[in-house]
Each structure stands twice: as structure tokens, then as C-alpha cells.
Write a protein that binds this ligand. Structure first.
Ligand code: NAD
Length: 498
């Protein structure tokens, strides 16, 4: 078992708080590292280091900042196998899925490499006599990102790539459950030419997060994680005057219309419901067949597919999904399955008895499938974050739409149909931030924004895409007049260009 470190000022720094968290290898259940949990003095030291480095970085011209991103992309190609292997070992997802996690992060780095164009301001020539108006975007200073366990490569890159490209210094507080990849990403950014102090990784738990939220030298906080923590972070950081965006939990529905291509819908449900053991904020956790005939046909196809899911260790390239992240999380998901049975839902496929031969201490759960789930049940209302799919039968389209709209989460949703009118009505009226039409996981690409609605977001700007540049910069607008346009004499009326 190895002791991990922080990464501050361009180098590894061992923890001094004396507090540690165990990080596991989910496929075997072993503890593989001790993660140092920073105290507020360690966080403050990292912030001061970043604060000292930031002005010089902001003064580097954007094309040169972009070149660091481009070099980092080269290194990510070189390191792809090793990073995927490390990610899968710490998180539990399969190596193929880990590569997808890395790839969706890399795409945001590619987007951020366009920073010379993305940061351009606006200009009005001749707004009045001799008067020009222009706006510029400037970095905020030191900003911080607090990220969840489930995408340990993608979400850190979603945060630090646009922030750093804009000229900010960044403090990343990754999940204490799988910090190995984030630490490695920071080393690679330094190898790519990023000056020391611009990307720092501070490991920790609530104590370090609170220190970041209260730090007077942090200008903005970006958070991704569960809704209760998102709400807490939003309130506490906003109270200190910071710019804040917090992305929370989810309960994503897939509506299956009677005219849907059932094979495509079932394929979509299998991947989106059970991929990564359901530990995705865009996982489909509720299937809503419209009409009894659709529901019966769906269950006829779905049950054998869920029964034949292949669960395996992260290293098994033929596995559909691997173990859950920790024993505690496994227990929580199992408890939800018990709750569903007690609540009266019909457990059509029960994965609770699944044992992985040769990996008896790993955190495995077989795929679970509930039918006849109703909207008053806890397994419908709450986020489970495991390989558990609930089927809620709707009598008609309006009832299916109302289910999506009445749920307190609004991250992602999908509709499967061949009817353009139904799809158009759904995309227009559904109260959810990211919508798929015959697409089960509608995560927008890097140059569009990612963000849910309702309890899935606190704040108003999305991740990546143009919103990320808005979030990580402040706009300054200059009105300039040169002497040829200046008339003699003071004017005491409100200036207009009329
Ligand atoms: P989590 O909320 O437990 O932890 C997220 C981060 O917050 C971690 O860095 C953790 O150390 C920190 N944290 C935890 N408790 C804290 C506390 N009391 N005070 C301060 N900081 C605290 O989330 P998780 O279990 O790591 O990740 C899974 C959750 O993230 C799910 O709810 C999932 O839906 C959500 N998620 C959302 C998105 C999105 O974009 N909406 C993306 C991925 C994951």
C-alpha cells in the first residue's frame, strides 16, 4: 500500500495533517493507497502558491497558453494505456470504459486549445465622435474545482482545461476515493510546459473543501457531485462572494413510445442503465414505456438481457461492467434494492446474489431490474447510482412527460420514437437540461455546454462549451475617446450617443 501526496507548486508534497483516507481497488476489495487529507493550513499554502504564479501565467499570450494544451494532448496519447489502467484499478470501471472517461476529458482540452479565438472580445468602431467601445475577457485569478469519484479523468479536465487556458491558476480537490489519475494529470500538465503553481492538486475531505470555500483568494468554485453537497457548497461559497457553479445528482428517464424501434431502445437502456455499473450522472435509471403493450414488449426483451449481463473485474475486456467504487457504496445500493422490494415494486432480476469467482472480496453487484415502480417510492425519487433500473409504466405520452417534469432532478432524459412530432413536442416541453432523441446518453460534445436543470444544478452557467469561458473570465468594457473627438467644456448631463 502506498501513501499518496498532494501536488503543489509543480511538485509532489506529502501530507502533514496526519489524517488519511483509504483508497480501494474495487475489483479485489483491497486497500491500495492512503490518501492524505489536507488541513486548512495546507490548503492555504497551495492557494498562496497559486496566487503568486497566476499573474505571470495570465500575461502569457493566449497562443502560447494554447500550445501547452496541445502538448498535453500529445502526452495524453502517449499515456493513454497507463492512465486507463490506473483509472480502472482505482474506480472499478472497465479499461475500455476508462478510455471513454479519458477521451471525453481530452475533448474539452482540445476545445480549450482554441482559447485565442474563444477569449476574443467585442469591438464597436465609432460608437460616437472619436469613440470606440470594446470588451475584453480577463482571468479571475485563483479558482478551484471539487470533483466526484465517478469520472476521475473527465471531470477534472472539464474544470482545469478551460480555467487554465483562460489564464487562471487552479486548485483541484479530487475525490478522495480515486485521486491517482488527477495527480498524474497535473504532472503531465507540468511536463507539457505549464508553469509550476498553475495547476495544484490538494487531496482531502470536508475540511479541505471548507477551507477552499472560505479562502479570500479563491475567486470561483466549480463543483460536481451529489445534490446535498452541491447545494451546501453553492450556499457557502456564494456567501463569501465567489462565482460558483455546482452540478448535482440525477434521475434520468427514458421514455419509450409505442412506435419506438424496440431493439434500439433496449440496446440504449442496457448501455445507459448498466454501463459503468450505473455510476454515471447521465445513466438512465428509469425506463418509461408508454402503453401496456409497449411495457410488455419492453419487459420481454429487457429481462433476458439484464439476466445475461457480464460482470467482471476491471481488467476483463469482455465484461459489460465492473464492481462498484467502495464497499460502503455497494451496501447503499443493495439497501435500495431491499427498499424497493419492501415498497412493493416487482424485482424481475435480482443481482444481489452475484459473486465474482476469484474476486470474492470485490464490490460486485449483478444487474437489478424493477418493474411496476411508482412515483411515490423511494427507489424512484432518490438517486441510487448503481446497476439498478426501474420501469415505471405510463398509460400515455402526457403521463410520461409529466413524470420527467415532476421529478426533482433534471439532468438528462431521452425519448425513443419514430414520430417527429412526438420528439419535437418532447424536446420543447421537457423540463430537463440535456435531451436525447433516440440517443440514450445525450452528453453534449465539448464545444456545447453540459448542465442539468432543477436540483441537478446550482448556478447558471454550464460546464465546457462557451459557458466555461464565461465562467472562468470576467468581462471588462472600455469606452475610449481620443482628443479629436473631445469638445471643450464640462458636461453635467448623463452621456448619450444620441
Ligand atoms: P459527493 O458529493 O460525495 O462528493 C463530491 C466531492 O465533494 C468530492 O470531492 C468529496 O470529497 C466532496 N465532499 C463530499 N462530502 C462533502 C462535504 N460534506 N463537504 C464538503 N465536500 C464534500 O459525490 P460522489 O459520490 O463523489 O459522486 C457521485 C455524485 O456526483 C452523484 O450524485 C452523481 O450524480 C454526481 N455527478 C454529477 C455530475 C453532473 O455533472 N451533474 C457528474 C458526475 C457526477
Amino acid at each position: 500500500m502506498r501513501e499518496l501526496h498532494h501536488f503543489i507548486g509543480g511538485k509532489k508534497v506529502m501530507g502533514t495533517s496526519g489524517r488519511f483516507a483509504d483508497a480501494y481497488q474495487p475489483m479485489t476489495g483491497e486497500i491500495i493507497s492512503q490518501v492524505p487529507l489536507a488541513n486548512s493550513a495546507e490548503v492555504r499554502a497551495a492557494v498562496l502558491n497559486a496566487k503568486a504564479a497566476q499573474p505571470a501565467w495570465a500575461a502569457v499570450n493566449p497562443q502560447r497558453r494554447a500550445r501547452v494544451m496541445m502538448k498535453f494532448l500529445e502526452l495524453m496519447t502517449r499515456e493513454n494505456e497507463a492512465l486507463a489502467e490506473l483509472l480502472a484499478r482505482e474506480h472499478g470501471k472497465t479499461i475500455a470504459d476508462a478510455k471513454g472517461d479519458i477521451q471525453r476529458g481530452v475533448e474539452v482540452v482540445e476545445f480549450a486549445a482554441g482559447i485565442p479565438h474563444l477569449m476574443k472580445g467585442e469591438f464597436t468602431d465609432g460608437a460616437g465622435p472619436g469613440i470606440d467601445i470594446y470588451s475584453m475577457r480577463q482571468a479571475l485569478g485563483v479558482v478551484a474545482g471539487i470533483t466526484p469519484f465517478n469520472f476521475p479523468a473527465m471531470i477534472p479536465m472539464w474544470k482545469f482545461a478551460p480555467a487554465i487556458a483562460c489564464g487562471n491558476a487552479f486548485i483541484l480537490k479530487p475525490s478522495e476515493r480515486d485521486p491517482g489519475v488527477p495527480l498524474r494529470l497535473a504532472e503531465l500538465m507540468i511536463e507539457a510546459g505549464l508553469p509550476a503553481g498553475i495547476l495544484n492538486v490538494v487531496n482531502g475531505d470536508k475540511e479541505s473543501v471548507d477551507a477552499l470555500l472560505d479562502d479570500p483568494d479563491i475567486a470561483a468554485i466549480g463543483f460536481v457531485g451529489s445534490t446535498p453537497i452541491a447545494q451546501y457548497i453553492y450556499g457557502r461559497a456564494a456567501a463569501t462572494g465567489k462565482r460558483v457553479q455546482c452540478f448535482g445528482g440525477a434521475k434520468n428517464h427514458m421514455v419509450i413510445m409505442p412506435d419506438a424501434d424496440m431493439k434500439q431502445a433496449v440496446d440504449g437502456l442496457m448501455g445507459a442503465g448498466y454501463g459503468s455499473a450505473g455510476e454515471r450522472c447521465m445513466a438512465i435509471s428509469v425506463a418509461v414505456p408508454v402503453g401496456e403493450g409497449t411495457a410488455e414488449e419492453l419487459m420481454r426483451h429487457l429481462i433476458p438481457r439484464v439476466e445475461s449481463l457480464k460482470i467482471g473485474p476491471s481488467t476483463d475486456s469482455s465484461a459489460d461492467f465492473g464492481p462498484l467504487v467502495t464497499g460502503a457504496h455497494l451496501q447503499k445500493v443493495r439497501d435500495y434494492v431491499d427498499i424497493g422490494v419492501t415498497e412493493g415494486a416487482k424485482l424481475c432480476v435480482d443481482g444481489r446474489g452475484f459473486k465474482m469467482q476469484g474476486y470474492e472480496n470485490g464490490f460486485y453487484l449483478g444487474g437489478c431490474l424493477f418493474d411496476h415502480v411508482t412515483k411515490d417510492m423511494r427507489i424512484y425519487k432518490e438517486e441510487i447510482f448503481g446497476p439498478v433500473l426501474s420501469v415505471v409504466r405510463a398509460q400515455n405520452y402526457e403521463e410520461a412527460l409529466a413524470l420527467c417534469n415532476d421529478h426533482e432532478y433534471g439532468n438528462g432524459v431521452a425519448i425513443y420514437t419514430r414520430d417527429g412530432d412526438a420528439a419535437r413536442d418532447f424536446t420543447s416541453r421537457v423540463q430537463v437540461g440535456m435531451v436525447g432523441v433516440n440517443v440514450p446518453i445525450p452528453v453534449p460534445l465539448a464545444y456545447h455546454g453540459f448542465g442539468g436543470w432543477k436540483k441537478s444544478i446550482f448556478g447558471d452557467l454550464n460546464q465546457h462549451g462557451p459557458d466555461s469561458i464565461r465562467f472562468y473570465t470576467k468581462t471588462k468594457t472600455v469606452t475610449s475617446r481620443w482628443s479629436s473627438g473631445i469638445k471643450d467644456g464640462a458636461s453635467f448631463i448623463m452621456p448619450t450617443m444620441g
